[in-house]
Design a protein around this ligand. Sequence first.
Ligand SMILES: [Zn+2]
Length: 255
Amino acid sequence: MPFFSTSGILLRKIEYGDYDLILVFLTKSKGKISVIAKNAKKSVKRFAGILEPFFMLDIVCKVGKGNLAVLCEADLINSYGKIRTDINKTAYASYWVEIISSRIEDGCQNSKLFDRLNHVLDVINKDCFLNKEVSILFLMKFLLLWGTVPLLEKCCVCGILVEKIKSNKIRFEIEEGGILCSRCTKVKIKKKSMIISKGTIKRLLWIKRSTLLKADRVCFPLLSLKESLFLLESFTGFYLGKEFKSLKFLNIIKR
Ligand SMILES: [Zn+2]
């Protein structure tokens, strides 16, 4: 088939020569793809200002002789307008997009990832929840798809269930990938560990086990927000093996 069409969220826009743009999309049916938009820089009319990061578009592309498909048509589905006018929302969306851009291979088909990114962009755009809560949801759901997720149900060394751990403050050890009971803490403690409250673990477990819509119902008190974000951001950086520039920026603007 020389042509294909799909919905896609624009992750990155790269200038290519004097006239063209290379666009990286996360698409519904083809996973992450890179396409070339010829003359998009030169002609303002050609794509009418809709080739912008975070925009969701319906695209039609032609598979050419080169490595990159050529963008032929693009129609705007959702611009998630508030994200581009609010620096905090832009910073969060940039963080999620950087995670996907850097760790998902081109052509790796996963419509769930598209649905999850669409969901979190839509939710912060509509101001339904705090940006921090939405980021917790994105990180947990991304890690589940990635296949490496914090073990919160039980001690990652001896296996005692979290419900049976008596202390309300529980250690989470990044390199072990999960929580430690007080007995195992004494023998396994390493540098990359943190103390989190049992309430935070329960909320994170709810997010981990729920569908996207049910997960939205969980309410995070201030301490849980802080603990959850610190845990998931540290875990994501460690297991994806990358320091994200957009996360550094998020921390500079203090959210
Ligand atoms: Zn243990």
